[in-house]
Design a protein around this ligand. Structure first.
Ligand code: SAM
Length: 318
């Protein structure tokens, strides 16, 4: 495993990290991003931590504008915990800030490398073509964006977006090292996809991201909004194993081995406990398909992988 993601990361600059012209506007943004401020993130972490007006309470991590969308007073789940809806985004941010530098190696270890096959399957289902515009939502360290960058070619365009600056920084460094010159890096909350204009993308992907989103219906509605008519959405996510005895074995592995690996490799067992719990709390295959249909997607279907441990859902905007 390369240690490319171990290098110190800098702040993600405005829309395109490769193009140093800060006034450049990504074709997918509704307006230019402020100079040096991903998603209007002019407020430093320090300011965010000391200014109670930022996001209402005192947040530990700075999130894109509109990230804490939970209604005050309502509750949701964070793994097996019940938390205030408006606090979930901060808790998820803590998880991914904590694991960002070890994210790739942990993925390989935990899945025995199988996550690469799952991702390859999703990419094959995407039907991506040269010249297309692709948005990878909650794209983290950029596994999918890296492949799409090559597939769409120089006339195409890919946006790697994530709510979390630490994850996006790792992805940006990786993709720049890999010579991906047709990729923008944009901090964005999947629940709003605020930086992106309506009907912008031929293809949307969200891989192992949706279960972390507080309001999944809002996220699906935002995805429908930014997708071009004729475009497709692919959701790669953990799902419900179809064979009960297998499910028990899988539970044993998830709730014992994952936190131990997390402790040993990333010095963080809690984040990997959250991983196991969040998987169990995520809607099963049929429920997610119904949610996609409710958001307006057509011809929705899903494919189980590895006995339903993971599923790829696909839907179209007609
Ligand atoms: N897509 C990458 C992959 O498949 O390896 C990363 C998946 S990682 C498990 C989940 C990602 O979702 C993290 O990078 C996290 O920051 C991001 N995320 C969580 N909540 C989000 C939200 N509301 N909007 C956008 N990204 C979010």
């Amino acid at each position: 495993m390369s240690n490319e993601n171990q290098k110190p990361t800098e702040s993600v600059p405005a829309a395109n990290t490769i193009d140093t012209n800060s006034t450049r506007t990504s074709p997918f943004l509704t307006e230019p991003l402020p100079e040096g401020a991903p998603q209007g993130q002019q407020q430093s972490l320090q300011q965010a931590a000391t200014d109670p007006s930022v996001n209402g309470a005192i947040p530990k991590y700075n999130l894109p504008k509109g990230a804490n969308t939970g209604n005050v007073g309502s509750t949701t789940h964070f793994g097996y915990q019940t938390v205030n809806s408006e606090d979930k985004a901060q808790k998820v941010a803590e998880v991914f800030h904590s694991v960002a530098s070890k994210y790739d190696i942990m993925n390989d270890l935990m899945s025995f490398g199988i996550h690469r096959i799952w991702k390859r399957f999703a990419i094959n289902m995407s039907g991506v073509r040269r010249g297309q515009h692709v948005l990878d939502i909650a794209g983290g360290t950029g596994d999918l964006a890296k492949v799409f960058s090559r597939e769409v070619g120089p006339q195409g365009h890919v946006v790697l977006s994530d709510i979390n600056e630490s994850m996006l920084n790792v992805g940006r460094d990786r993709l720049i090292d890999a010579g991906c010159t047709n990729v923008d890096f944009v901090l964005a909350n999947a629940e709003t996809l605020e930086p992106f204009a309506d009907n912008s993308f031929d293809l949307l992907t969200i891989s192992f991201g949706l279960r972390n989103v507080t309001d999944k219906d809002a996220a699906l509605a935002a995805m429908y909004r930014v997708l071009k008519p004729g475009g497709r959405l692919l959701i790669l996510e953990f799902s419900k194993p179809v064979f009960e005895p297998f499910s028990k074995l899988y539970d044993l592995y998830s709730f014992t081995a994952l936190p131990i690996m997390g402790k040993l490799v990333a010095n963080d067992s809690e984040s990997y406990k959250y991983l196991a719990e969040s998987i169990r709390m995520h809607p099963d295959q049929r429920t997610l398909k119904g949610m996609m249909e409710n958001a307006g997607f057509n011809n929705c279907d899903y494919h189980n992988l590895t006995g339903g441990i993971v599923a790829v859902h696909r839907g179209f905007k007609l």
